[in-house]
Design a protein around this ligand. Sequence first.
Ligand code: ADP
Length: 395
Amino acid sequence: MKILIINAGSSSLKYQLIDMQDESVVAKGLVERIGIEGSNLTHKYAGKQFKLETPIKDHTEAMNIVLKALTDKEHGVIADISEIGAVGHRVLHGGMKFTASCVIDQACMDAIEECIPLGPLHNPANLQGIRACQAVMPDVPMVAVFDTAFHQTMPPKAYLYGVPLEYYRKYSIRRYGFHGTSHRFIAGRVNEILDKPGSKVVICHLGNGSSLSAVVDGKCVDTSMGLTPLEGVLMGTRSGSLDPAVVECIANNEHLTTSEVLTILNKKSGLIGLSEYSSDMRDVRAKAEAGDEKCKTTLDVWAYGIRKTIGAYAAAMGGIDALVFTAGIGENDAAGRAEITEGLEFLGIKLDAEKNATAREETEISAPDSRVRVFVIPTNEELAIARDTLALVSK
Ligand code: ADP
């Protein structure tokens, strides 16, 4: 069966067509600037690329263009839409309603809608993507896979904030966590490797957005992102955790509203805010290596925060068997992995410098005498969504 994976944003739509027979990517692409001037499609297939610039007024039109590209005589990869057996949708926020992926029916759509106050930017866009698919391929079964679902096993001591409990009751304010599809994919893979009941694992998903999770026996017990993806470690443009009073202090001094300050914390902070240079780790690292003091300090702050979180999770779990690095930075930034784990020998974490420096694909990078096994494991959120979709539609 071929499964189409859709990740719809407010003005963009990413897609991937996966052949489940060998889990290979048949084609993938991106529609950008939906409803804005300059709309375009980038379609990649068989090592080739096809670009199309054309007005695209809404998500339904975008889906039509995607299906046309997939079935096109020249650039297409399938003869007919009927070859698409199911669609898997990435949905940001499942609130407390979704602990797992679900087949999309009216009740599922209603529940995603009810979670809009928790994901005000993403959930409406995700719903637009679902509705667009329903419009252009009404008979194809669809599945929603939530970024928050994996973290729903956290106990109250990990998800409650120390604010008046009525806010949790009235507004569902609590820690939810994100990147759940990636954390679950990695947790599943590392547990296959470890083959140890009750395994205690810390997963570092380090990309433009970054989050850590503590996973016992395959179940999430804590994670660093919170009510929104803003909490946790330093990211490309997000500040990560800080004293909430900082918000008022910036607002008063800069004469800004709360939401303007939050935009700064989400979009102009983190690596780019501290380095005053770039949100991209490769840029910041290159400039730090060239001697730039601001970039060096930025990397120190970044690594220190992640190291502290690993220590905290080891304490929370009462031990640690494995540490995993994944996503753009986690998979590729050997220097970063070395900086993060520096000084963690007391916890039993010791890298093999050579293995760390040369790690490509899935690699164990711990030293032979490291008590904790350390891995680089590439994440694949689209494949995780496709596997869930196949499992649910096959039922
Ligand atoms: P997203 O969260 O957007 O999916 P990615 O997981 O693709 O992001 O991660 C993007 C980050 O990975 C960027 O900061 C980029 O600089 C970093 N990255 C990619 N390759 C390397 C590399 N070789 N060395 C250091 N950082 C890298």
